[in-house]
Ligand binder design. Structure first.
Ligand code: KIV
Length: 269
């Protein structure tokens, strides 16, 4: 008799069907315990390559290795029951060819148990998105400010400030939709452009520093918890975990130094 545990997670078609419906709630998570908390509220959880900067002190996401994404992806899948888990494909693992993208995306899916991958880029990635989706790998697209291209973009800059650039962003959104992406992240994009794209395409748009009119929103968990030393201007901070951690660590250090740290009788329950 099979003892396999059946886990009913949100599926890719369920997220895609939320276009124009109830707003989609999503956050990043890189870690089993925080993911378990986020899982109670999020429709999908992104194991974003922002983990390179947030967890590993990197200056950008460019240096994030595939194995690191897989390790964190596996932890988040283990810690959750309900949310669809989407894992980012890191820089250098998908741009070269659809075949290479498939090989690496398949590794992510097999080794983490996630339900979809995300990759950055618009029209230039359409062929790859089609190749992956036709072969069983659901893809979330990501356009606008694409951090993996920050060296070409000259930093982390809001996109679409110049209205002349709007047709290119709109064409990118249409290309990834036509190629089979099930949802699309619009990052760092002026509000009216994100709202226009949301109206134009048939898949859910997930905004981050974009527009309240998007079909859903995503934030980096550590940013909204007040744990990141720096956060982009658009991030609303809902907690002050950085200050709380510091207070707890300072109390502990004080107790150790003045020998008031509890003994075995008090500590072990
Ligand atoms: O890596 C990440 O966290 C992301 C989100 C900002 C969308 O791609």
């Amino acid at each position: 008799m099979s003892t396999q545990k059946i886990i009913r997670r949100n599926t890719v078609p369920q997220i895609a069907a939320r276009k124009g419906g109830d707003p989609i709630v999503s956050l990043t998570s890189y870690h089993a315990h925080t993911a378990a908390i986020v899982d109670k509220y999020a429709d999908f959880i992104l194991v974003g390559d922002s983990l390179g900067m947030v967890m590993h002190g990197m200056e950008s996401t460019v240096g994030v290795p595939l194995d690191l994404m897989i390790m964190h992806g596996r932890a988040v899948v283990k810690g959750t029951k309900k949310a669809l888990i989407v894992v980012d494909m890191p820089f250098g693992t998908y741009e070269e060819s659809p075949n290479i993208a498939f090989r690496n995306a398949a590794r992510i899916m097999k080794e983490t148990g996630c339900g979809a991958v995300k990759l950055e880029g618009g029209a230039r990635m359409a062929e790859t998105i089609r190749f992956l989706t036709e072969r069983g790998i659901p893809v979330m697209a990501h356009i606008g400010l694409t951090p993996q291209s920050s060296h070409v973009m000259g930093g982390f800059k809001t996109q679409g400030r110049d209205e002349d650039s709007w047709p290119q962003h709109e064409a990118d959104a249409k290309a990834v939709t036509d190629a089979g992406a099930f949802a699309i992240v619009l990052e760092g994009m002026v509000e009216p452009l994100a709202a226009r794209i949301t109206k134009q395409i048939a898949i859910p748009t997930i905004g981050i520093g974009a527009s309240a009119d998007c079909d859903g929103q995503i934030l980096v968990l550590e940013d909204m918890l007040g744990l990141s030393p720096w956060t982009p201007k658009f991030v609303k901070v809902y907690g002050d975990l950085g200050a709380q951690i510091e207070k707890a660590v300072a109390s502990y250090a004080e107790e150790v130094k003045d020998r008031s740290f509890p003994g075995e009788d008090e500590v072990y329950r």
